[in-house]
Every structure is written in C-alpha cells, then in structure tokens.
Design a binder for this molecule. Structure first.
Ligand code: COA
Ligand code: AMP
Length: 639
C-alpha cells in the first residue's frame, strides 16, 4: 500500500485499526492484487479462533514478484546475495527472481508437490533458500524452514510433526570457523523420522565432502539435484489460493520439549507485511533493506523474504556474521556497497560489534550516508547498546518487539508514518491491530508503571498465527486460555503513562541466547538422557554478550562415577548432537540437590534470581530450605 493511506498520525491510524478493524484492514488489503477481493476482513464465527479475509483469493508470490514485473519494474534489484563467508555476491532483478521462482515452482509440481503439501527446507543463507520458500508459496505448498544450527533429531521431530513429502536442502553451510556438512544430517533425519519423506532436492555447493550418492543409500527417499530439476521444469504460475490458505509452518520453542508449529496464512501475511514494510521500517520501492538474521527465524521469513519483496524494495541476503567475516565493519561495508537505507539486526550482534570495535573505528572507514535507520529486535535492546550504536552511526536506533507467533512487530516506532519520541528501554507503542493490556495473575488490567503479563486482546491482527500446526487445542491451551479474550505473549512488562511498552523478560522457561529462542525444557530433556544424571535444571543466566546463556545444574545418580569435567564434556557434546550447536550449552555444575516445592516443582526462578545477583524469593512451599543454602556458592560463582 502507499503511505498516503497513513499520512494521518500514528495515533489516528492505530485508533482506527482498533475501533474499525473491518474498514482498516480492507483498506490495507486494497494495496495488493487479489484474484477475488475479500468482502469481509475478519471471520469470528469460531472465536477464539479467528480467520482473516475468509472469502479472499490471491497468491503472495504474485504480489511479491509478478505484480512488480507487470508494473514495469522487472529490472529493479529484488535480492542482493552477499556472502562474506564465500566471498560471492549476486544481484537478482525482479524479473530474474520471478524466473527462478517459477522454475523452482514448476520443478516442485513435477515432483508431485501439490497445494497444501508441506515442504521442509534445511538451507544455508543462499539465494535458493529464498527461491525455495517463494516456489512453495507459488504452488500453494506450505514451507517449513529449519534453522541450520539445529541437529538431525530436531529436523526429524519437525518432519514428524509437519509430515512433508519433500525436503529441500544444500550440501552445506559455512560458519566462520568450519564448514557444516548438511547431507549427513538430513539423511539421518529422514531415516530417523517415522513419516516417510518421498523426495530430497539438493543444491550443490562446492567445498563439501559428503556426496548424495553416499548418503542417499541411507534413506528410502529419491534424491534429486536442484540444478537438474529446475533446469528442465516448465515454469509454474501463481496458484490462486484462499487468503486463509497456510503459507508456512515455523517451529519455535515453548516451555515443553516439543516445539510449537506456528502457522500463518497467505492473505493475512501479505496484507500485514505489506502494511508494515513502509510504515514501520520506512522501506519501499527503490530502497534497500539489510535484515541481518537468518531465513530459519521469523525475522528472516518476514523481513528478508516476504515484506521487502511485497513492497517492491531490495533485500540483502547476507551470509556471514556481524564480526569475524572478516571484521566488525561487515555491516558498514554492506551499507556503503549496496546503499542500504534500513538495517535490521539483533542487540547481540551490536554488542558483538562493540566488543570487537569499542570505538566504532570501522564505521569511519565506510560511507554510510545512505543509512536512515537502525532497527533492532529479537531481545531487549539494552540502553547502553542503544546509546553506543546511536552515537556511532548517528541515525535513530529503533527497537521493535514481537515474536515468532506474531510474525511482525507488536510494538514499534512507526517511522514511516511518524517518528515518535524514542524512550530508551522501550519498544515504543502498539502497532495497528494490536490492543495491548498488562494483566495481573487474575487477568485484571494493571495501571501504568506496574509490571505484569503482557496480553493482546483478541482477535490478533492479520499476519499473526491462527493456530499451531494440526493442533487447535494446543494453540488455545498455550496462548488463549490463561486470560479469556486475550492472547498471552509470555512476556512480562509494563506500559508507562504515555502508553509506551517496556518488555522486561519472559514469564516462562523460554530463554533468549544471542537472539535465538530456546527452551530450557528441551535442553533439560537432552541432559536428562545421560545415564549419570538423576535430575537437572537448566536455567538462563544473564550474559553480557549473548543476553542469556544456558547453564545446567545436575544431581548425579547414586554411585555414578564420573568427574564433573568429563560429565560436562559428554553433556555438551550430547546437547550439540541432539539439539544442535545453536543451543550453545557449555556450562554444567553438579549439585547435591535441587530446590523444589513440596509438590516437586523445581524452583528455577529462584535459582535464576540468585545466579543473576538479584533479590530472590524463596516460596513458602519449598520442601527443604537448606537446599538453597547449599546451592548459593555454586549459583553465585556464575556472577
Ligand atoms: N549452522 C550451523 N551452526 C551454527 C549456525 C548455523 N546456521 N548458526 C550458529 N551456529 C553455531 C555457531 O557456529 C556456534 O558454534 P560453536 O559453539 O561451535 O562456536 C553456535 O552455533 C552458537 O552460535 P551463536 O550463538 O551464533 O554464537 P557465535 O559466537 O557463533 O556468534 C554472534 C555470536 C553474536 C555473532 C551471533 O550469535 C549473531 O550474529 N547473532 C545475531 C542473532 C540473530 O540475528 N538472530 C536472529 C533473530 S532477530
Ligand atoms: P522469537 O519468537 O524467537 O522472535 O522470540 C520472541 C521473544 O523474544 C519475545 O517473546 C521476547 O521475549 C523477546 N523479544 C523479541 N524482541 C524483543 C524486544 N524488542 N524487546 C524485548 N524482548 C524481545
């Protein structure tokens, strides 16, 4: 949509979205091409489950690609692949990207992929990852991208939940210190999963050792070469699907060990992201966005792939790290080279840059005058980092708060509409369609300044999750049942007298390590598999660089004969091979006992408070208060 629709102020825009949602969202929908324009915005007939644009029909890739080419913008840059780890780069115009996506979509169809089928992607940050996602959406298939830092067991768990017939992968990914062979992991996952995968398509990258010939023997699936299947395929046009048709499933960590399959639809996602790109990030045609995330995370889905393309802008796909590839000037080098106007990253990346280049000397080596804004999300933007990077770049540093479940910012500073005053430590104000309340444990709204559960009044706006894959009951139970009529974010925080939102942390056992969301429950389940471990608690400790880091506190089985050092080595290796390196699990302490309530619940919150040097509360329901006294020295040694 054009920003003329939002030429009114933020407050008027937000007010309209809440008081007249039908009119607001149908107007936003008019910014896209539809095969059938919706007559209704929201369907509330199955509340608390809501569906957006129930009678609309469209295809998100037509809106992201064909529409721009048809409007004469085929020569504009759509995607700039910038690989610092392989020193490669390539620019795809909208016409080129459309051709690649159409060919890949044709190849999928020829291999039997139909509308509604799931396709699992395990891909590094290469153009084929973006092309594959769009190709799935083009034929109405549902992609499920798994981040490259996850191990075979995690891939297998997602195969069993989403039941894809097809897997798309590459020979490997490149980390600064090593090459990651993907094929053995994918073969193991396909073999391990109960659901039978039919086809595996492999993008060949040079420099990897494992071969398809070798690993394909391990599975019953047919293995194909990406180049071969796309070269001979008849290009596929965009399938006309219902707006409510699923676009993707993206798994995220919850409190339990079983990841949650967040599902989003084609229509709501297209409308919401198309609204958000210019309004929140000030990115439109002719502008270039670098979102330094990964296509395996929600930030990558929304702001590397769909939103910039829907907006007709240029998206930079960066294969590299903020530091070390080759240095702390990597982002600033790209700003100069690609004339980037908006840069979006996570605070942990900024802290890593600051650690490597405390005086921001590298900024001075590049011409960064094209840069208008730096956006940050994924974890709380700590005031010190915000101040440091703001001074270094001399552009506004804009925090925005959201989650895998919502797909786009719940709270932000909508600079494309109106730049609101920045309050350090706050993600600013709610975005359109988000009606936020801070509730006490009984569901009563709390006054300004008081911290509680941040909840969003139903319905959530378009582009957010509408269920968990194949499990409405789990969706209702996990998010909609704590407070009737509200979606519970799982975040704790407060709203000040101006309505600014301050997000302070999670209310559950989800932790945030380097901007990656992890479940302590899942790490605990892996640790508990060790034969010497009787029980364990994994908690997130405050970490200057990573925000949080996981640490395991274990009680050994009687008679277990293993040194703490050996146990640590074995557990680190086990968590790495079962969850993946992304879990970043490196700290282990053996303790005589874990503090518990009389009903057997481990007091993780109390442990975390002690370890972080905060005031701690020992609940009156504790089984044995002496256990805490014994634990104090171990927990405090982490300070
Ligand atoms: N494939 C395989 N392994 C991966 C991986 C991937 N895609 N991504 C990370 N890993 C591995 C790393 O190599 C590392 O392994 P190691 O323990 O052998 O060193 C481990 O997982 C932990 O990685 P990470 O947490 O990224 O730490 P790091 O020290 O390698 O890098 C930062 C630190 C801050 C540079 C990095 O975390 C970063 O860029 N963070 C930004 C996060 C982000 O953009 N999040 C998206 C949400 S907005
Ligand atoms: P993910 O689903 O991986 O995007 O993680 C979402 C969680 O990260 C949120 O529920 C918050 O706990 C945290 N988070 C993301 N962005 C912010 C932010 N800007 N401020 C505070 N916390 C954030």
């Amino acid at each position: 949509m054009s920003l003329s629709q939002t030429s009114t102020s933020y407050r008027e825009t937000h007010h309209k979205s809440i008081t007249e949602p039908e009119a607001f969202w149908l107007e936003a929908a008019a910014g896209l091409d539809w095969d059938m324009f919706p007559t209704t915005a929201v369907d509330d007939s199955a509340a608390p489950l809501y569906r957006w644009f129930p009678d609309g029909k469209l295809n998100i890739t037509h809106n992201a690609l064909d529409r721009h080419v048809a409007a004469g913008h085929g020569d504009r840059a759509a995607l700039i692949y910038d690989s610092a780890v392989t020193e490669n780069s390539r620019t795809y115009t909208y016409s080129e990207l459309l051709n690649e996506v159409s060919a890949a979509a044709g190849a999928l169809s020829e291999l039997g992929v139909k509308s509604g089928d799931r396709v699992l992607l395990y891909m590094p940050m290469i153009p084929q990852a973006v092309i594959s996602m769009l190709a799935c959406a083009r034929v109405g298939a549902v992609h499920s991208v798994v981040f490259g830092g996850f191990a075979a067991r995690e891939i297998a768990a997602r195969i069993d939940d989403a039941a894809p017939d097809t897997v798309l992968t590459a020979t490997g990914g490149v980390e600064p210190s090593r090459r990651i062979e993907y094929l053995p992991k994918v073969a193991e996952a396909v073999q391990r999963a109960e659901h039978q995968v039919r086809d595996v398509i492999v993008v060949h990258r040079d420099g990897f050792e494992s071969s398809v010939e070798e690993v394909s023997q391990l599975t019953a699936a047919a293995w194909h070469d990406w180049e071969a299947v796309t070269a001979q395929a008849e290009p596929a046009g965009p399938a006309s699907v219902d707006a409510t048709h699923p676009l993707y499933v993206l798994y995220t960590s919850g409190t339990t060990g079983k990841p949650k399959g967040v599902v989003r639809d084609q229509g709501g996602t297209a409308v919401a992201l198309n609204w958000s790109m210019p309004a929140i990030f000030d990115v439109g045609p002719g502008q270039t966005l670098l979102t330094a995330s990964d296509v395996g995370w929600v930030v990558g889905h929304s702001y590397i792939v769909y939103a910039p393309l829907l907006a007709g802008a240029t998206s930079v796909l960066y294969e590299g790290k903020p530091i070390g590839t080759p240095d702390a000037g990597a982002f600033w080098r790209m700003v100069q080279q690609h004339r980037i106007t908006s840069l979006f990253t996570a605070p942990t990346a900024l802290r890593a840059i600051r650690k490597a280049d405390p005086d921001a000397a590298a900024v001075g080596e590049y011409d960064i005058t094209s840069l208008k804004y730096l956006f940050s999300a994924g974890e709380r933007l700590d005031p010190e980092t915000q101040r440091w990077i703001g001074e270094a770049l001399n552009v506004p540093v804009i925090d925005n708060w959201w989650q895998t479940e919502t797909g786009w910012p719940i709270a932000a500073n909508p600079v494309g509409i109106e730049q609101l005053p920045i309050k350090v430590g706050s993600a600013t104000l709610p975005m359109v369609g988000y009606d936020i309340s801070v509730l006490d444990p009984l569901g009563e709204p709390l006054p300004a300044g008081q911290e509680g559960n941040i909840a969003i009044k139903l319905p959530l706006p378009p582009g957010t999750l509408y269920t968990l894959w194949g499990d409405d009951a789990r969706y209702v139970d996990s998010y909609l049942s704590a407070f009737e009529g509200y979606y519970t974010t799982g975040d704790s925080g407060y709203v000040d007298e101006d309505g600014y939102i301050f997000v302070m942390g999670r209310t559950d056992d989800v932790i945030n390590v380097s901007g990656h969301r992890l479940s302590t429950g899942e790490i605990e389940a892996a640790v508990a598999e060790h034969p010497a471990v009787a029980e364990c608690a994994v908690i997130g400790l405050a970490d200057e660089l990573k925000g949080q880091r996981p640490a395991g506190f274990l009680v050994l089985k009687t008679g277990a004969d293993i040194s703490e050092d050996q146990l640590r080595k074995e557990l680190v290796a086990h968590v790495r091979s079962s969850i993946g390196p992304v879990a970043d699990f490196k700290e282990v302490a053996v303790v005589p006992a874990l503090p518990k309530t009389r009903s057997g619940k481990i007091l993780r919150k109390t442990m975390r408070q002690i370890a972080d040097g905060k005031d701690y509360i020992v609940p009156s329901t504790i089984e044995d208060a002496g256990v805490i006294d014994d634990l104090l020295p171990v927990l405090r040694r982490n300070l």
